[in-house]
Ligand binder design. Structure first.
Ligand code: GTP
Ligand code: SPV
Ligand code: MN
Length: 630
């Protein structure tokens, strides 16, 4: 693979450079490009500079190809509709390759399939890649995207180069990452994460496209080769499969780098919460599984008027303990790739303001007045306006249709800088200091609104034991309660047992200011209609208030078998519109928790097996004991 670096201008008989200066590329980047031009054989090369002119060119190409259309109701907003077979992350086709299987996943017991990642041997991986990438870009343009995850120049940031044959991916990466010529200047001849992406549909086409959206679902593969610092994604143009800076780099490769270098890459939002009366401000990081409320919490409008929330990030946190022992977090992204359904002026007015300009919507419905629609906007659509569903049903009506207007995993892709409540320090190269970590998920039964861990180790156990109802963010169809430790199940880059040891190690070091750890559940159901017991969204400020006060060591917690919960009357419910059933929200049914403990035993035993740290099984035994003696 190590061909000599070229010293002359690009000399590919089949490929022309149509945008950018190939010779100005740093040597290592040029080498990487040359290697993959030889492999993929694009017609033309476009080196992205991140300019306005370039973006106009991209939108022109995307419109001409019928991939996006303008939404005249807003300013520079676009609607993309994918092939209905390419609408979410494909977890079963996402692989990590390493020499030793056990570096990637724990060895499951009894020959079970690992639920903690898919491993492939380097030889098999080479075969799979060779079945896909040769000539895959024929007739197309290869775009070269230099991008930084994290503010350029931050000691916590990392640079990647993505090669892609999708202009949609370029336009999205331009929003989600810091991209452009300045990245190459900062990179010089350093190493970078190599990100190769193809939709897998060379020209001329051999079969028709759906919605003009090139993809190849039957051959889709999202491959990670950490030993080569490389990601190769084929066949899908969708979000987490194709915007390689996001889940592939910032979480899977990121978690490996974090393990090696002593930091953490997590599926977490980061928010600032300021008490306006005292002026005291804290930062909180929170891990919820995909489509379980990170964006909404990160941008929430608190119903408690003495709090102000600011947003640092909505999906990914890179965190490192600094030399004073404080845990500091940056958001490696520059945009939000947020779930559209459920977003409204009532639930998330800040997101609604953010997406009014320069936004790419994917798989939402459109309105006859040139706007967008999705489930949750019923009360915000103007009279007489007609809806066209994401699948193209004209004059779609809820009462008459058996399918939703927008795909359940339809998304907006929008620049973070447009969010009116971005934290003043959101691009601080040092990151923001984290005071609390929250875990959470969709738990219809048994799990209370909020509880606090006894200490760091118990908190790590709570993260390890997380479970949540599956959502439309990946291919799982039936609504089932899945184990999703740390909200990272689809995103671990290395053995989950080693990941747990890494987290535990911070509890065993001296001189660290360990954040308190909490668990929340906005999704408990009950009552006559089995509806949500908690109003959620802006009302979640009441839970954040309790958490912040616990960080100030207020005496408002009482001990239970599973952790500390709010003492009677300590959760501020003043001014709540509808009364809530606190007993139902906080009850700890013994049978439920016995079953929960058994499910966690089984999961740890089968899935983590010999790699489970003894501290974690110890915490589980203690929990079991407390439940029995309570
Ligand atoms: P990813 O981007 O997939 O990682 O998801 P996310 O964790 O950012 O999820 P998001 O905030 O986009 O929420 C997903 C869905 O949950 C949306 O439909 C929201 O409307 C809904 N949701 C978010 N917060 C709450 C809440 O407090 N209560 C209820 N009932 N629903 C919520
Ligand atoms: C998620 O699924 O957790 C997302 C969306 O944030 S995607 O980028 O598609 O992975
Ligand atoms: Mn996510």
């Amino acid at each position: 693979i190590t061909a000599p670096l070229s010293t002359t201008p690009a000399l590919f008989d089949h490929t022309r450079v149509i945008y950018g200066d190939f010779n100005a590329l740093p040597n290592k980047v040029r080498h990487y490009v040359e290697e993959n031009v030889r492999l993929c054989k694009p017609d033309t090369i476009h080196i992205c500079d991140g300019s306005e002119r370039e973006n106009e060119l991209l939108t022109y190409i995307l419109q001409k190809d019928g991939i996006i259309k303008k939404l005249p109701k807003y300013n520079n907003c676009w609607l993309a509709k994918t092939d209905p077979a390419d609408v979410a992350r494909v977890e079963r086709l996402t692989y990590i390759s390493s020499d030793l299987q056990r570096d990637t996943v724990p060895m499951p017991k009894y020959g079970a399939k690992s639920q903690l990642g898919n491993w492939m041997s380097p030889d098999d991986m080479d075969n799979e890649l060779n079945m896909r990438f040769p000539d895959c870009m024929k007739g197309r343009t290869m775009f070269i995207i230099p991008f930084s995850m994290g503010p350029l120049g931050s000691p916590m940031s990392k640079i990647g180069i993505q090669l892609t044959d999708s202009a949609y991916v370029v336009a999205s990466m331009r929003i989600m990452t810091r991209m452009g010529t300045n990245i190459l200047q900062a990179l010089k001849d350093d190493n970078f994460v190599k990100c190769l992406h193809s939709v897998g549909r060379p020209l001329p086409l051999t079969s028709p496209l759906h919605n003009n959206w090139p993809c190849y679902p039957k051959m889709t593969l999202v491959a990670h080769l950490p030993e080569r610092n490389e990601i190769c994604s084929f066949g899908s143009g969708y979000g987490g499969n194709s915007l390689l800076g996001k889940k592939c780099f910032a979480l899977r490769i990121g978690s490996i780098l974090g393990h090696r270098e002593g930091w953490l890459a997590e599926h977490m939002l980061i928010l600032g919460i300021e008490n306006k009366t005292t002026g005291v401000k804290k930062y909180i990081a929170a891990a919820f599984p995909s489509a379980c409320g990170k964006t909404n919490l990160a941008m929430m409008t608190p119903t408690l008027s003495n709090y102000k929330i600011t947003c640092v990030g909505d999906d990914i946190a890179w965190m490192r303990f600094d030399d004073k022992g404080r845990l500091r977090a940056i958001n490696p992204e520059a945009g939000f790739f947020g779930v559209a359904p459920g977003t409204s002026m009532k639930t998330n007015p800040i997101a609604m303001q953010t997406i009014k300009a320069n936004t790419i919507f994917t798989n939402v419905a459109e309105t006859s007045d040139g706007g967008v629609f999705w489930e949750g906007l019923e009360k915000e659509i103007e009279q007489g306006v007609k809806i066209k569903s994401w699948l193209g049903d004209e004059d779609w009506k809820k009462e008459e249709s058996d399918r939703p207007a927008a795909h359940a995993n339809s998304r907006f892709c929008t620049p973070a800088e447009q969010c009116p409540i971005m934290d003043p320090a959101w691009e601080d190269p040092q990151g923001v200091p984290i005071d609390a970590i929250i875990f959470g998920g969709r738990r219809p039964t048994g799990v209370p609104l909020v509880y606090e861990s006894f200490n760091w180790q118990h908190g790590v156990f709570i993260g390890a034991s997380m479970r949540s109802e599956s959502t439309a963010a990946a291919e799982h169809v039936a609504k089932q309660i899945m184990h999703d430790p740390f909200a990272m199940r689809p995103f671990f880059g290395y053995n989950f047992g080693d990941y747990l040891k890494h987290w535990l190690s911070f509890g065993q070091k001296d001189g660290l200011v360990l954040p308190k750890i909490f668990h929340v559940n906005w999704f408990r159901k009950g009552g006559p209609n089995n509806s949500f017991l908690w109003p959620g969204f802006g009302e979640n400020a009441r839970v954040l208030d309790w958490i912040v006060r616990r960080c100030n060591n207020e005496d408002i917690a009482k001990k239970t078998a599973i952790g500390y919960v709010p003492k009677f009357d300590s959760l501020n419910l003043e001014g709540l519109e509808e009364p809530v059933d606190l007993d139902a929200l906080f009850s700890l049914p013994r049978e439920f928790w016995e079953n929960e403990v058994n499910a966690i035993y089984k999961y740890f035993d089968e899935q983590v097996n010999d790699d489970l740290p003894k501290e974690i099984i110890g915490e589980l035994k203690n929990l079991e004991q407390r439940i029995h003696t309570e």
